[in-house]
Design a protein around this ligand. Structure first.
Ligand code: ATP
Length: 457
């Protein structure tokens, strides 16, 4: 679908498009912005929402073995002692003795400051969790943390879910929510920020079946991106070396995307073994065993965790969809977003602002917005209005012209091919519904009957 070669998209162009068209703004911009925090604008919020919905649909709605959860951001401080975050969630950090910028040792290419070339201090460990206080007194007894991942909310609710849903192994719990990390080096737009959203699955399995499920989820998650339009060659699986493995992981693969700055992690899939439930059972004193009714055994399940970032996915979908093509003397910029992700599904464009056309177009607008996010636009020439919609990834534009008033037909124009078909207005809703779900349609003769599936010709 997209013509731009993998990895060839310029980040500046993505940032500028997002800013210009209202996808993403710097946070608190009128005050000069806040480092590495971002606000999703009117189109960004739709895109992000659609990504989360597509994920939820694939991993919860369409499966028998998954259920959802929404845990709170603030959790008991012992959670972070049990999880290892108080001890382990640290990055070795060096500071430049000249400009005082701080750097992750992992990101350094040589032993001098990447910004000014100055001498660097010895590495120190720096905890990435944001600390705050609960209640009116700011003392050590009231310290709580903003969660650095959503996963722990799932682990601590394992028994609650088991007791209330009658789920048996293997099954998983999915959660989407905000996470916070006081990252030392941020940047690359929304790729690494201090406040971000995660989409996490914790899939509980019987020990011994974990490798099979680990392989299954790795493939399943890779397919999810491809099914939503990301080019397969822009994605790769990368296995963590023994040295890289997090303290809780037995095995881990990253799904990397070829971002403009190079291959970088989009999602991590880890086999966490029984680490989490053993830790929480030990710190809380509560049993987190599972009783297998078939074998009459008690055991602690193993956990497979596919952990994705909403913001990184948003960036990957934008980069992969971005395209430019020559159009007469100009350049047509377009986003080949998958229809289910596109912020606006349909734009209604009356050919002119003549009262009778505007009335008919607004009637259509009122009708179609019951089903989808629809935009109405009658400003400027039709060509310019098509370009505006191409640039924000709207898959279909509907033009209402003078003939429409006579024959009750309108034109559907497709974003990617710029093909146009004329369709009876009474059949627009069903035609769009089919097209948005990817069905092939043929209209014979022009303006006539609509066929689904194979061409009747
Ligand atoms: P990285 O190595 O890039 O810091 P990570 O391995 O620490 O990432 P995980 O802890 O595995 O990341 O988190 C799971 C997912 O959450 C990541 O794959 C990513 O999509 C997202 N994520 C993690 N940290 C950030 C961040 N600071 N900003 C945006 N998304 C993030």
């Amino acid at each position: 679908m997209s013509k731009q070669a993998p990895g060839k998209v310029d980040m500046e162009k993505i940032v500028s498009l997002c800013r210009r068209r209202g996808f993403i703004f710097p946070s608190s911009e009128i005050y000069g912005g806040l480092s590495s925090c971002w606000d999703y604008g009117p189109l960004g919020v739709e895109l992000k929402q659609n990504i989360k919905q597509a994920w939820w649909r694939a991993v919860v709605q369409e499966r028998d073995d998954m259920i959802g959860l929404d845990a709170s951001i603030l959790m008991h401080p012992q959670v972070w002692a049990a999880s290892g975050h108080l001890e382990e969630f640290t990055d070795p950090l060096v500071e430049c003795k000249t400009c005082h910028l701080r750097w992750r040792v992992e990101d350094l290419k040589d032993s001098n400051c990447p910004s000014c070339g100055g001498e660097l201090t010895e590495p120190r460990l720096f905890n990435l969790m944001f600390k705050t206080f609960i209640g009116p007194v700011e003392d050590s007894a009231s310290v709580v943390y903003l969660r650095p991942e959503t996963a722990q909310g799932i682990f601590v609710n394992f028994q609650n879910v088991l007791n209330t849903t009658r789920k048996r192994l293997p099954f998983g719990i999915a959660q989407i929510g905000k996470a916070f990390r006081n990252e030392i080096t941020t940047g690359n737009f929304i790729f690494r920020s201090r406040e971000f959203e995660q989409m996490e699955i914790e899939f509980f399995v019987k020990p011994g079946t974990d490798q099979k499920w680990f392989a299954y989820w790795t493939q399943e998650r890779l397919n999810w991106y491809v099914n939503l339009g990301i080019k397969r060659e822009s994605l790769r699986l990368r296995q963590h070396t023994q040295k890289e493995l997090a303290h809780y992981a037995r095995e881990c693969y990253d799904i990397d995307y070829l971002f403009p700055m190079g291959w970088s992690e989009l999602e991590g899939i880890a086999n966490r073994g029984d680490f989490d439930l053993v830790q929480h059972a030990s710190y809380s004193g509560k049993s987190l065993d599972y009783f297998d009714e078939e074998t009459k055994e008690h055991f602690i399940p193993y956990i497979i965790e596919p952990s994705a970032g909403v913001d990184r996915s948003t960036l990957a979908f934008l980069c992969d969809a971005y395209d430019e093509e020559p159009d007469k003397d100009e350049i047509r910029v377009l986003l080949h977003l998958h229809p289910s992700l596109a912020p606006i599904k349909v734009a209604i464009l009356p050919l002119s602002r003549r009262e009778s056309l505007v009335q008919a177009a607004k009637q259509l607008y009122a009708d179609l917005r019951q089903c989808w996010m629809v935009q109405y636009d009658d400003a400027q020439s039709i060509g310019r209005r098509y370009r505006r919609q191409d640039e924000i990834g709207t898959p279909f534009c509907i033009t209402v012209d003078f003939q429409s008033l006579e024959d009750n037909q309108a034109t559907i124009r497709e974003r990617d091919t710029m093909n146009q078909i004329r369709v009876p207005i009474s059949e627009l809703k069903t035609t769009l519904a089919a097209k948005l779900s990817g069905e092939e349609l043929f209209v014979l003769p022009p303006g006539g009957k609509i066929w689904k599936g194979e061409s009747p010709a």
